[in-house]
Design a protein around this ligand. Structure first.
Ligand code: URA
Ligand code: CA
Length: 433
């Protein structure tokens, strides 16, 4: 086989065979196929697309390019959730203990990553003592006993995706549905998921800016999952304004605790129950979505979800008493209100820019060596559709510096108050095929 023939075939709009795709991924991972040929093929895929068979083959070839996590020692169906990423997305922190408390095993491998706030691990590390440096045997034991554990990224997962994604980044080929879908799905499958629940965000704070783009990506991922034997579903959810009220690491842990107590923000609660119900059905613990939602609501109401969060924190060295006393979480030195400059209805809170404001306070990383300040961030008091009076606080800035003029300016620039407006729908669509 010659790489140049594959490039020409795809350039002419023909489908590649599974063995051709495997040849490309193996050769590229080993360094036998050079970047210029790989980028040429990526560009041909960008223009000519891939059919379902090619997409499934590309996904599995990338899975097989490195280590695959074996979770077979964990009893039950391992359902993983993936979000395409947003601002103030506290979902995982609530969802994991919630579904674990009703018997669905959550064996989560998580990273730190770049962004407006830290990743799930950073957020959890705002609980004193909590750590993810646990041995694999311990990880498996904890999931079998208490249905939930989080471990830091181990092993060499999907090296082909790492290499190809960096190459796409500099060759104008990131924004291709078959390439994005196979990239995301290969990582989930390599991490050991039997079933996958996807939260595809849309809006200015998301990777996919329009509902149409988000829907195309969601369909592509659901089809790949189902074609390679992993039950997969997706929801399209709004990320044009931040999710919930809290943006920041410790602040989001507090918000997660409140949500597990049944007094969290409405949007976050709705999202968690929607995704969670699907995980419970995939995990075989309920027959229908309605039944699953009832089971989850009960776990919130009777305290078992919160209790599971506490057990989980303690299992991994954390101070579980934070669930009773959230003042034990890191606190910023200053809390500064942002008063509304006019009266009216909030009609816009541009999620990604508000995320940037929280990053300016120190809540997130721009480069991988940046230190995160776990205590800082924002607490919104108003969301899109809410009425506000001039002088009333739109949000509280939690900061360790009083020099925050630029942060305030950023926030004012990205919050719009008008004479009339309405609330935004949170869940646009549910996609199961
Ligand atoms: N996120 C990924 O993991 N892969 C892509 O290709 C794009 C976004
Ligand atoms: Ca939030």
């Amino acid at each position: 086989m010659r790489m140049v023939d594959l490039i020409e075939k795809k350039r002419n709009g023909e489908a590649l065979t599974t063995s051709e795709i495997e040849f490309f991924i193996k050769g590229y991972t080993k360094g036998e196929i050079p970047d210029y040929q790989a980028s040429s093929l990526a560009m041909a895929i960008f223009f000519q697309d891939m059919n379902d068979e090619e997409r499934a083959a590309l996904t599995m070839a990338m899975v097989q390019s490195g280590d695959v996590i074996n979770l077979s020692r964990i009893e039950g169906i391992k359902v993983d959730k993936h979000s395409t990423g947003g601002v103030g997305d506290t979902t995982t922190l609530v969802l994991a203990p919630l579904v674990a408390s009703v018997g669905v095993p959550v064996a989560k491998m998580s990273g730190r990553g770049l962004g407006h706030t830290g990743g799930t691990i950073d957020k959890l590390e705002s609980v004193s003592g909590f750590h993810v440096e646990i041995e694999e045997d311990q990880f498996i034991k904890l999931v079998n006993e208490d249905k939930l554990a989080v471990i830091g990224q181990t092993g060499n997962l999907t090296p082909a995706d790492k290499k190809l994604y960096s190459l796409r980044d500099v060759t104008g080929t990131v924004n291709s549905i078959p390439l994005i879908a196979s990239s995301i799905m290969s990582k989930k499958i390599a991490a050991g998921a039997d079933a996958i629940v996807l939260d595809v965000k849309t809006g200015n704070g998301a990777f996919m800016k329009t509902i149409e783009e988000a829907e195309a990506l969601a369909h592509a991922m659901v089809r790949i999952g189902n074609n390679v034997g992993r039950k997969t579903m997706a929801i399209i959810s709004d990320m044009s304004q931040p999710l919930g009220y809290a943006i920041g690491n410790a602040l989001e842990v507090k918000e997660a605790i409140e949500t597990l107590q049944g007094r969290g923000p409405e949007d976050l609660t709705e999202l968690v129950l929607t995704l969670g119900a699907q995980m419970v059905v995939f995990g075989g613990k309920a027959e229908s979505i309605d039944e699953a939602k009832q089971i989850l609501q009960k776990a919130i109401d009777d305290g078992s979800a919160l209790d599971r969060f506490k057990v989980f924190l303690e299992n991994q060295g954390g101070d579980g008493s934070v669930v009773e006393d959230t003042s034990k979480l890191p606190q910023a030195q200053y809390q500064i209100e942002l008063p509304a400059q006019t009266s009216g209805i909030v009609t816009e809170m541009i999620a990604n820019e508000i995320g940037v404001a929280s990053m300016m306070l120190g809540a997130g990383r721009q480069t991988k060596d940046d230190e995160i300040d776990l205590s800082v961030g924002l607490i919104l008091h108003k969301k899109v559709g809410d009425k506000v009076q001039q002088g009333e606080s739109l949000l509280t800035i939690h900061s360790n510096s009083q020099d925050i003029e630029q942060v305030k300016e950023k926030l004012y620039d990205n919050i719009t108050i008008s004479e009339s407006g309405q609330t935004l729908p949170l869940i646009h669509k549910v996609i199961t095929e």
